[in-house]
Design a protein. Structure first.
Length: 229
């Protein structure tokens, strides 16, 4: 048992989670999109979790991250966005860390995640989103879109860009809550088509098509970039 004076360590948290039935080092590695040796290094202290990997591990282990790990992600609002800075000894400027990361850090088994408008982090704004005040980012925390998007990746979203069907059209779709008082949910999928009454999306892993009545769709925004960082 742990308390505030003796918080559980990152390594102990992972070890405890992997002791659960059905949880394996290889399964955790697959969820993170890493080689199993990387998980071995996590367990021996040779590697530390990156911020974007913490929600993926929590989702796989079915265990909330220790407060010492989760606090920097869940409550970075105290720090807020930062201004651009010039790199020492050069004429290059580092982009402002003012692009908000939206949505909760742990996705459900169906790939759905809460999208209640809370800002969970600020990251560097890329040139393609300069001046786009409505732009935001989300962290990938499930495997439903592997091999296109892997857990731990960051997706940059441009709400103002037009959306058309095509192999490279991927979107964040926000679904209206079923009951008053519930937080809206969102999901990352490939856009297939939109009819007069429904929206059809594609999921890769496992492969299937998802159809939602347009009356349930709160918003649909274009993903313009994905990567680690």
């Amino acid at each position: 048992m742990t308390d505030a004076a003796n918080p559980i360590s990152e390594t102990d948290w992972i070890r405890d989670g992997l002791a659960k039935p059905g949880k394996t080092q290889r399964g955790l590695a697959n969820a993170l999109g890493l080689d199993p040796s990387a998980v071995s290094r996590l367990l021996t202290g040779g590697r530390q979790l990156r911020a974007a990997e913490i929600p993926v591990v929590a989702a796989y282990l079915d265990s909330s991250a220790p407060r010492a790990l989760s606090d920097p992600i869940v409550a970075p609002r105290n720090a807020g966005p930062t201004e651009p800075k010039q790199r020492p000894g050069s004429n290059q400027w580092v982009g402002a860390r003012d692009l908000p990361v939206m949505g909760t850090v742990v996705a459900g088994s169906d790939g759905m995640f809460l999208m209640n408008g809370e800002v969970h982090d600020y990251i560097e704004r890329p040139p393609s989103l300069q001046g786009v005040t409505s732009a935001y980012a989300v962290y990938v925390a499930d495997t439903s879109m592997v091999p296109r998007y892997f857990p731990g990746e960051t997706l940059h979203i441009h709400p103002g860009r037009a959306i058309a069907s095509g192999d490279d059209t991927f979107v964040v779709v926000q679904i209206r809550p079923e009951a008053d008082g519930e937080a809206p949910r969102a999901l990352v999928k490939r856009f297939k088509r939109r009819t007069a009454s429904s929206l059809v999306l594609e999921q890769f892993n496992p492969h299937r098509e998802l159809e939602f009545p347009l009356t349930q769709v709160e918003s649909m925004h274009l993903i313009i970039w994905a990567g680690r960082g």
